[in-house]
Structure formats: structure tokens, C-alpha cells
Design a protein around this ligand. Structure first.
Ligand code: UN1
Length: 492
């Protein structure tokens, strides 16, 4: 495979994983990044030690003291330039995302496009960090609110969106006047190095000091340096609900704030009147896209009994046509899982689903042979199941789709809501009343509720996040920026 894109992004066999910009901190403890595409070692990234973390944290705190004084529209101008750089590096960065994480090349480019879009959004926002004014009850007094930055923002991101989620957090943080320290997933550390290198170009061209954008690397123990650091007022963490529970309680115990974007268990309700072509597109893309490793992936289909068999047949036919293989080859629809541990979890979950009473509709297998040497390629599978099965209640990061029947819409909505997670949801219907019921207060309890489109593929312009075990945070568009600032009420 042509891996020239690594050089274009400034990556080599060994990369320093701890940096505040110009200054880097070496260590002789390494993370190795293997591609799930072909199983080859892409490169190594050094792990952050506690001593170097303390330096990074101090540099960031120092940088904040001057970055907060830069007028917000000028901070926006820096973010605009960063967005321009991302346009320039879209191709190599998209390829790296695809090669290191395993998602399709088109999705890799899509992720970089999301980064560009959030930069555009943040640039506009840098002139719109509005506070309200209100009438004082006392004569001759004036009352208003203003928004100040928080300080150093810690970002912990997951392997499945190795660059976009960082950009959602950092682009907003920067225009709000914060500086950032990022710990990317230990499964995709090279994506982190590449993004830092791109930032460094902007920093150098504008003579910015170190510490506005910093990078640390390692497993959860390095994440703990961030979550326990009392100098960090906000931790924005994306990952499993299990991880979020630990991060959330650690940060709360020191009165820090956390913004949590955790697991989903997303369902599509398919009513009698649904357009089945739209159902197929939404359900298949939602369930097999990114090999089922999005937090917005479709995990459950709740289908009206009158069309259950018809939908099942159409889905089975569509699944049989899926091409599984190298995600950098655009003729393939499904790439690999992130690693062999994920493959084991996939196998274990299928086994449990069957033990708990599920019936296999499309079998799930691990693929072997010349095109699948990494051992990470699996076939997307469909299992007829019941909503209350423990395995169905659990988020498995793999292409396993559970299908189930319903008789009336209220019971379908109850089923959709009857899981611990609350990220994304959808209804497929041509019945206006059903759609409105789904969106009403008696409807979906999720942060995202869609009509006639699937559960994944949210745009950056809306607030992104969910309820219950999804963590309650909102990132990206709308007024999500408020989470990155502190509100001050002023009476004069
Ligand atoms: C995630 O899976 O963590 O809506 C984020 C989507 C993407 C973001 C997913 N825009 O599927």
C-alpha cells in the first residue's frame, strides 16, 4: 500500500506523543499503532510521563493567561486558518483516519470535512458569544450576563472518530478563549500527532506561544492525569458509559465540570406506513457504517408486525450484497473492526444473544484469507431478539443488528426508550401523527430524534449528545459553546 500520506502529515516510525507545540517531551515508553486494515505496524508514539504531563499542564495554564485576552474574533481568525490547513491536508488526513481506524476512505474524508465545518461554525461564533441583558427591578441599575472562558480544557476522545470529535471540542474551546490538552485514544495515536502537526503550522505562522493546543498520549492512566488535575476546569470525554462514569465522578469530586458523550443503543421504529426504500438506506448505513462502531450506530430495529417479514427479507438481501474488505478501496462497503479484542467481543455478543433466546437471521462470521490478514474483518449480522435481553440492553461496538416486532406505536416507543442509553433514535413513517407522537414529550427520550433518516450521520450544526447513560453532554453546534464558558451576571 502507498503510505506516502504518513510523510505528508509529518509522521515517522517513532513520534513524540507529548508536546505543547514547539516543545516536546520524550519518553522511552511506546504505544504501537497497528492498522486494522492490514495488521501492519504504522508507527510508534511515546507515552506521556507524569513529569512531562505536569510541564504540559503548566505551559497550558500560562498560555491561557494571554490567549484569553486575544479578542474573540481574532481567535476566530486563527481557527479560520486552521480550517484552511485542514482543507489542504484533507486527503492525507482522511487516508490516515481510514488506515489507522479502519473506516471507509469516504468516511475518513467525511470526518475531516466535519472538522472543516466546525472551524467555519466556530469562526462565525467568535463574533456571536452573546449574553442576555435584562431589566433590573431597581431603578438606575443595569443588569446583564457575559460569558468568560473557563481556562484549560481537557479533551479525551475515542478511536471511532479519531479526529472530528477533538475538532468539535477544540475549535469551540479556542474561540471561547480556552486552551486545550488532548488525549486521543491509545488505539489511534497517529491521528493525534497529525492534527497537532497541522496546528503547529498555524501556530508558527502566527507566532503563537506554546500551550494553546497540547497533546498527551497513553492509556487511561494518562487520562487520569487530566481528570484529577485541579487546574483543569472542564473535561470533555467521549467513550463508553463505563469510562464516563469514572471520569464524571472523578471530575465532580474536585468540583470540575465534565461534558460526557458516551454510549448509545440507538433504535429505528419502522411503522406500517414507512417508505421501505428509505428504511433500507437508513437502517443499513446506520448498522454497518463504520463497521457498527459509531456511538450513533443503529443497534435495534423495532418493526411493525404487519411488515416484519417483508423488512427482514429486504434487509437480508441487502446484507448479502455487502462487500467487506479494505476500507481504502471505494468498492467495499464495510471495513474491519478496530482490533482483535473488538472481534472477540463481537463473537461473544452473538453467542450471548443466541443463549438469551435470539434467532440468527444473517450470520456473523470472522473472515480469514489473504484480504483479511489483520484478523479484524467480520460480517455484519442480524439477530431476531427481544428488547429486554441483557445483551440487547448493552452497547456492543460491532455490526450486530437486533430486530424485533411491535403491535402499537406506544409500545414501540416504550421499547425504544427502555434501554439505559439515550443518544439517537429515529422513526420511519409516512404518518404525520406517528411522527409527531415520536417527537412529543411522550416520544423518544433521546438527545437526537429523527424522522425518515437513520440514527447516525448527525450534522455539526446541531447540538450533539444524549441523555441517561449517554452522559447528558452536548457538543458541536447550536449553543453547545456555553459548556466551554462560565456565565457571569453583572449588575451595575
Ligand atoms: C460518535 O460516534 O462518537 O452522527 C460520533 C454521527 C457522527 C458523529 C458520531 N456525526 O454519526
Amino acid at each position: 500500500m502507498d503510505i506516502n500520506f504518513l510523510k505528508t502529515l509529518g509522521l515517522s516510525e517513532t513520534n513524540c506523543g507529548t508536546t505543547s507545540g514547539k516543545k516536546s517531551y520524550a519518553s522511552d515508553n511506546w504505544l504501537e499503532s497497528y492498522s486494522p486494515v492490514d495488521g501492519l505496524l504504522i508507527g510508534k508514539v511515546s507515552v506521556t510521563s507524569k513529569e512531562s504531563y505536569d510541564q504540559i499542564s503548566a505551559t497550558a495554564t500560562h498560555a491561557y493567561s494571554s490567549w484569553r485576552l486575544v479578542p474573540a474574533p481574532k481567535r476566530g481568525e486563527i481557527v479560520r486558518q486552521f480550517g484552511e490547513k485542514l482543507r489542504k491536508y484533507k486527503e492525507p488526513l482522511g487516508k490516515l483516519v481510514s488506515y489507522e481506524m479502519g473506516k471507509s476512505l469516504q468516511e475518513g474524508y467525511g470526518e475531516v470535512q466535519e472538522m472543516i465545518d466546525i472551524c467555519d461554525f466556530a469562526v462565525g461564533l467568535s463574533r456571536q458569544l452573546y449574553g442576555l441583558t435584562m431589566h433590573s427591578e431597581r431603578s438606575g441599575h443595569r443588569m446583564y450576563e457575559q460569558w468568560h472562558p473557563l481556562g484549560v480544557v481537557g479533551i479525551i476522545s475515542a478511536f471511532n472518530f479519531p479526529v472530528a470529535v477533538w475538532a468539535w471540542n477544540s475549535a469551540l474551546s479556542w474561540v471561547c478563549g480556552n486552551v486545550c490538552i488532548w488525549k486521543p485514544s491509545e488505539k489511534t495515536p497517529l491521528c493525534g500527532i497529525a492534527c497537532q502537526n497541522i496546528w503547529n503550522e498555524v501556530a508558527q505562522e502566527n507566532n503563537l506561544e506554546d500551550g494553546i493546543c497540547s497533546l498527551i498520549n497513553g492509556d487511561y492512566t494518562v487520562g487520569e492525569y487530566l481528570t484529577t488535575d485541579t487546574k483543569i476546569p472542564l473535561i470533555s470525554a467521549t467513550g463508553s458509559s463505563r469510562m464516563g462514569k469514572i471520569v464524571g465522578s472523578t471530575v465532580a469530586a474536585r468540583f470540575g465540570r465534565s461534558l460526557l458523550e458516551l454510549g448509545g443503543n440507538n433504535a429505528i421504529i419502522i411503522t406500517e406506513s414507512a417508505d421501505l426504500d428509505a428504511v433500507l438506506i437508513g437502517a443499513v448505513f446506520g448498522a454497518v457504517g463504520t463497521c457498527g462502531q459509531r456511538c450513533t450506530s443503529t443497534r435495534r430495529l423495532i418493526i411493525h408486525e404487519s411488515i416484519f417479514n417483508q423488512v427482514k427479507e429486504k434487509l437480508t438481501k441487502a446484507y448479502k450484497q455487502l462487500r467487506i474488505g479494505n476500507p481504502l478501496d471505494p468498492s467495499n462497503h464495510v471495513g474491519p473492526l478496530i482490533d482483535r479484542t473488538a472481534v472477540e467481543l463481537y463473537q461473544k455478543s452473538i453467542k450471548q444473544a443466541i443463549e438469551q433466546g435470539g434467532t440468527v437471521v444473517v450470520a456473523g462470521d470472522v473472515l480469514s484469507g489473504d484480504s483479511y490478514t489483520s484478523g479484524c474483518y467480520v460480517t455484519p449480522c442480524i439477530i431476531e431478539a427481544q428488547n429486554h435481553f441483557p445483551i440487547v440492553q448493552h452497547e456492543t461496538f460491532a455490526p450486530i443488528l437486533y430486530i424485533m416486532k411491535y403491535t402499537d406505536l406506544h409500545s414501540a416507543i416504550k421499547m425504544q426508550n427502555d434501554v439505559p442509553q439515550g443518544l439517537s433514535s429515529a422513526i420511519m413513517t409516512n404518518n404525520l401523527r406517528d411522527a409527531e407522537t415520536f417527537l412529543s414529550v411522550e416520544g423518544s427520550d433521546c438527545g437526537i430524534a429523527n424522522v425518515n433518516i437513520g440514527t447516525s450521520g448527525a450534522e455539526i450544526g446541531g447540538a450533539f449528545g444524549g441523555e441517561k447513560e449517554t452522559g447528558g453532554g452536548r457538543e458541536s453546534g447550536s449553543d453547545a459553546w456555553k459548556a466551554y464558558m462560565r456565565r457571569q451576571t453583572n449588575t451595575i
